[in-house]
Write a protein that binds this ligand. Structure first.
Ligand code: GLP
Length: 252
């Protein structure tokens, strides 16, 4: 079941998503959070950090596992996802860094790193909540459009469109890594709850296709239609096409 929550702004959407996570942490302080990077979840992380500072929630017993990491970037590279997580969440809350997990971007034996990450995912017992953004081509984590839904963590080659979309964070498109480790669609969709965040006009079309179009690995996010519990938090712009075509689907 997909619930689509409408907000006027990215900030408002982020606050609503943070409330959903806070609710889980209050009932299950040792929850396993599947976390995402990119610009989509930043307002949610800001609110979680503020809630933690206000003493409303604690991350002391939380365990986390991130979706993906660029291959070739060290954890202290300012565009690595490990660095992003420190800046946007881990460095701002009371989480124990030993309980946080990301793929190792410097691993050179890709198969061994994927195996390690799959075992880690299994040892955590999966995720209570999985946070997601969505790429313009419908990718989730770094699962690019392809012939089949991916299984398990894999080393993926990024599409040109993803490289150019992410080039805004780097000095030039040439500096964007060409490969990444990414959790598989099966691991993502197994979560007890998915929280998908989106903002901006550029996401409007793909969001409608992913949530209401055919379920196909050509739109990896369409796999979310098969998940029991999905919460989508979007701003006015990202939800504009859904509002036009499926107004009854929006929760205000
Ligand atoms: C990146 C990440 C995804 C993210 C997506 C959208 O490639 N690997 O996890 O959801 O692109 O990014 P953004 O939120 O910046 O639009």
């Amino acid at each position: 079941m997909i619930k689509i929550y409408y907000s006027s702004t990215k900030k408002e959407a982020g606050v609503k998503a943070a409330n959903s996570i806070a609710e889980l942490l209050k009932s299950k302080p040792d929850a396993v959070l599947g976390l995402a990077t990119g610009s989509s979840p930043t307002a949610m992380y800001d609110e979680l950090a503020a809630m933690n500072k206000r003493g409303e929630i604690s991350f002391k017993s939380v365990k986390s596992i991130n979706l993906d990491e660029y291959i070739g970037l060290s954890a202290d590279h300012d565009q690595s996802y490990a660095y992003f997580m420190k800046e946007n969440l881990f460095g701002r809350v009371d989480i124990d860094m030993a309980n946080t997990n990301l793929p190792n971007g410097l691993a050179t034996d890709y198969a061994a790193e994927c195996k390690r990450y799959n075992e880690l995912y299994d040892s955590l017992g999966g995720t209570d909540i999985q946070v997601l953004g969505i790429g313009h081509n419908g990718h989730i984590a770094f699962n690019e459009p392809s012939e089949s839904f991916s299984k398990g963590t894999n080393a993926v080659t990024l599409k040109e469109s993803t490289i150019s979309a992410n080039a805004r964070f780097f000095a030039s498109a040439d500096e964007v890594p060409k490969m990444a480790f990414s959790m598989g669609i099966d691991q993502i969709t197994k979560s007890n709850k998915i929280i998908l965040l989106a903002d901006g006009e550029a996401k409007a079309e793909i969001l409608e296709r992913a949530l209401f179009g055919d379920i196909t690995p050509l739109v990896p996010a369409s796999a979310l239609q098969l998940v029991k519990n999905v919460e989508v938090y979007g701003d006015e712009k990202s939800l504009s096409i859904i509002k036009e075509k499926h107004p009854e689907a929006l929760i205000y």
